[in-house]
Write a protein that binds this ligand. Sequence first.
Ligand code: APR
Ligand code: PHB
Length: 391
Amino acid sequence: MTSTQVAIVGAGPAGLLLGQLLAKSGITSVIIERQSPDYVLGRIRAGVLEQGTVDALGSIGVDARLHQEGLPHHGFDLLFKGERHRIDLAALTGGKQVMVYGQTEVTKDLMLAREASNLTTIYNASDVAIHDFDGDSPRVTYTLNGQAHELKARFIAGCDGFHGVCRASVPSSAIQHYEKIYPFGWLGVLADVPPVADELIYANTERGFALCSMRSKTRSRYYLQCPLSDTVEQWSDQAFWHELGNRLDPQAAQALVTGPSIEKSIAPLRSFVAEPMRFGSLMLAGDAAHIVPPTGAKGLNLAASDVMYLAQAFERYFNDKDNGGVDGYSAQALSRVWKAERFSWWFTSLMHQFPELGSFNQKVQEAELDYLVNSTAAATSLAENYVGLPL
Ligand code: APR
Ligand code: PHB
């Protein structure tokens, strides 16, 4: 049996960032991941990093490519009633910005850093199970190449995403779930075409929401609100571009460059929080504990703030013999989580069509959008949430 101080389940951005933050503090960890590295890197997710996330990556020296290839954005456009209005993030927040850099790239950079520090990550582990986390000597068991293994640790960090084993292992009497499912999905397309504009466009239209995002000056990421019953097969590239054009203002529609999609997928939208985030020696972080709808791109940033709190808690525990951080982790993380849940729910509610809510809802949305772009108070609230609330 091998042992380590922190057994991390899941090598997504949460698990990998936690591993590097712990290594910086001299705390040992082993990561156990169910999939292969290529599979983990094949998942396309959002691409907007808050300054706090950029700083966390900087603190572990994983920001060279991010600063070289990432695109700093100082604002974005809200499009409604056929017109675009700029939200000037920098002016509204005292100079803050966000960084457009894909989650896939963040994950790749973290994987390379872990490899370079010679830290153990066990990929392709099957039958991963966690045990005895109500005491001080929890264990993780798994199968690798047909052989059973056991890893002993002082803590288990459950960074294994929404469908992972960690949250599912907590007795139902000890955990409370809060959930909201939205009655539509996002159809996403990635294409090697120049972005339609220099900044992101969030569009509220009678035909449904649209988002124009990007990965670089030559790679675009676009989304359309679609019925949950739609399938990717129903959406040819041509149909996608046509519908996107229909949801943009005439100037943007004209500027839209189309091309073959290199990825196309439909994702459901969900708000979800599990409370608490700590069960004895098991700490949950990232998507294992909460999900936000993608409007506002808070998922990765919340995973990053969770593991920053968690790394500080473990540092106090192991290096200062102080339990305070571990004891306070759940309340500390949930306070930030719920604010991001509120913002993501609000931005989703503001920007999408909810046919079942009728034309009254659409009128109220338009009034709120009009208020947002004409009131510095309202725009400031949007901007400070978008760039990321303080840690
Ligand atoms: N055992 C081991 N690993 C597992 C298990 C398991 N039983 N179940 C899931 N995993 C792995 C997944 O294969 C995945 O690589 O845990 C990892 C979880 O990664 P993510 O789902 O990316 O979650 P997280 O690291 O919390 O990142 C949160 O990234 O996933 C996006 O939308 C999400 O933006 C958000 C952010
Ligand atoms: C993305 O680029 O994938 C993206 C950007 C902003 C969002 C959601 C997704 O709000």
